[in-house]
Design a binder for this molecule. Sequence first.
Ligand SMILES: [Zn+2]
Length: 138
Amino acid sequence: MSKDERSRHMARIRYADTKPELTVRKVVHRLGYRYRLHVRDLPGCPDIVFRSRQKVIFVHGCFWHQHPGCRVAHIPKSRLAYWIPKLEKNCRRDVENERKLRELGWRVLTLWECEVRSDEQLRDQIISFLESPGENVP
Ligand SMILES: [Zn+2]
């Protein structure tokens, strides 16, 4: 792949990543919860932040964040040397950010793009996360 081709390819991947986040936002909005987007002063700049509840939702692209066991997270064999260090760094950063958030008293829900499908299922998941008083949802 030339440099140009690669950046076009990357742009497509990034674009595909944003769609599940929009779906989640739409559902949260319809439920009437107040939230902020991409809060930069929190570790990992969480996608959706519920300050008064001290809860955040990450919507992770399966490839960029290497969803374990997911078909979409498959790395092309010819490009292993290029992708592996990059993606490993992403994953380390995710783990680190989540740990920091929990230490600061935040609760974290991670949604994977391949799982963001039916609005109904998403709605149940979001409600139980936001309404649960205590433990972190894995
Ligand atoms: Zn996935």
